[in-house]
Unconditional design. Sequence first.
Length: 157
Amino acid sequence: MVLPFIRGHFLDLACGYNNLTRAHGSGLGADVFPWDGIDVRIGDAARLPFHDGSFDTVSVVAALNHIPNREATLLEVMRVLRAGGLFLTTMIGPWTGHLAHLFFQQDEAERGGMRPGEFHGIRPPAMRALLQHAGFELLHEVPFQLRLNRLYVARKP
């Protein structure tokens, strides 16, 4: 769902195993957890080691709920995006997330499970509010996976 929207210089934040960057063919994958295959290990998603306006596209796929300081992180994403750049994120709701975390116990065990400030998912109204408060313009909201997941495509004005 995310691949068709990626353009230009690309950063996948909270990249996990860095599958999206590899599927796209170029870009950087950054994460606070030392997953195999990441390009850049960061200490805090709200303090990125990149210059202002470094990227045309930034994504956080299936992970914004795992970033406790998500509001500050979205402001940091806004900083590293170029004017007109795209922010791509996917998010499931809390009930779907609870079930998904039961199915993906291997990943949860590897990263140490849920930590304070993490949620199993974020409801669409709360996602829209997060994006709006950070200053993004929501361009598309696309439900997929039987409407259990959503892709949000937002633009930096």
